[in-house]
Design a protein around this ligand. Structure first.
Ligand SMILES: C=C(O[C@@H]1C=C(C(=O)O)C=C[C@H]1O)C(=O)O
Length: 103
C-alpha cells in the first residue's frame, strides 16, 4: 500500500522542522563564536593601539587563510568560500582596529 499525500506531506514537514531546528542551533553557535572572536580581536586592537602597531598584519592573514582553506577542504567545505568568509570577518576587525587607533 502506498503512502497517502497527507502522510508524505506530514513526513516532509517533520523533516523540514527537524532540519530547521538544527540550522537554528548552528546559527546561534556561529553568533556566539563570532562574539567571542570579536572580544579577542578588540583586545588585540587595544594592544596594537597602545604599542603603535599597524591595524592589519598581512603575514598573519596569509597563514590563517592557508590554514582555514586546508581545514575547509578536509571538512568538504568549499575553500574559496572559507577564504571569502574569513576575509569578510578580518575586514571588519581591521575597521575596528583603525577606529580604536584613531580614538
Ligand atoms: C587580530 C589581528 O588583527 C588583524 C585581524 C586578523 C583577524 O581577524 O584574524 C588577523 C590579522 C590582522 O590583520 C591580529 O593581528 O592578530
Amino acid at each position: 500500500m502506498s503512502e497517502s499525500h497527507a502522510e508524505v506531506d506530514s513526513h516532509a514537514k517533520a523533516e523540514l522542522d527537524r532540519l530547521r531546528g538544527s540550522i537554528d542551533n548552528i546559527d546561534a553557535a556561529i553568533v556566539h563564536m563570532l562574539a567571542e572572536r570579536f572580544k579577542c580581536t578588540q583586545e588585540v586592537g587595544r594592544l596594537k593601539a597602545e604599542y603603535r602597531l599597524p591595524p592589519a598584519d598581512q603575514a598573519r592573514e596569509r597563514e590563517q587563510i592557508a590554514r582555514l582553506r586546508e581545514l575547509a577542504s578536509d571538512a568538504r567545505l568549499d575553500p574559496a568560500f572559507a577564504e571569502k568568509f574569513l576575509n569578510f570577518i578580518i575586514a571588519e576587525v581591521i575597521r575596528h582596529h583603525e577606529q580604536i587607533a584613531g580614538a
